[in-house]
Design a protein around this ligand. Structure first.
Ligand code: ATP
Ligand code: MG
Length: 162
């Protein structure tokens, strides 16, 4: 299905805002012009749900902030969404492992939090099935940014009809 990714993401953030308004400051840096992209809506929703849930879950309880950045690269028909938190972060030696099945950085903490450690492994499979890439940048005790790069469509001048 072809969707405007910006609207799609905004709807998902709206949902999180309704349930987390008091605990989390959501900052949107999302263009107002549409970015059309072909997605399996349920699956892409699952990816964003997991990444946003992680951003909230792996943050200390005060002043939680989740920042969204969407940017289109028209030259290559690609777009990137960044989901950045100011949470616990991940040690440099472990950041590449978070996309592995059942991998969790802090086993004790993870057990308390619930979940299975499958969220990002499934997210990676879904993103790759969309011809996309997902990766992470993180600084321990500062925060984590998840990057998702996806193909998108570019409207040619002609498509608007002259
Ligand atoms: P599930 O998603 O199955 O409920 P989970 O959240 O533990 O469980 P993943 O989403 O795959 O599993 O994440 C794997 C691990 O990566 C987490 O247990 C956590 O240690 C680490 N992690 C993921 N996102 C973040 C983040 N935003 N900040 C810090 N650590 C993170
Ligand atoms: Mg998760």
């Amino acid at each position: 299905e072809i969707v405007d990714f910006n609207m799609f993401l905004n709807r998902i953030i709206d949902r999180f805002e309704m349930t987390h308004k008091d605990q989390v400051n959501f900052v949107r840096n999302i263009p107002s012009t549409p970015i059309f992209t072909e997605v399996a809506v349920d699956k892409m929703g699952q990816v964003l749900d997991n990444v946003i849930s992680n951003a909230i879950k792996y943050s200390s309880s005060t002043n939680k902030k989740v920042e969204f950045h969407v940017k289109q690269n028209r030259l290559y028909n690609r777009m990137t969404v960044q989901i950045k938190d100011n949470g616990l972060g991940i040690p440099a030696s472990k950041v590449d492992r978070i996309f592995e099945r059942f991998y969790r950085v802090d086993k004790g903490r993870a057990r308390k939090m619930g979940g299975t450690g499958l969220g990002l492994a499934i997210s990676k499979e879904i993103i790759e099935a969309h011809d996309g890439k997902i990766w992470a940048n993180s600084v321990e005790n500062k925060g984590t940014t998840i990057f998702i790069n996806l193909p998108c469509e570019t409207l040619e001048e002609d498509d608007w009809g002259a």
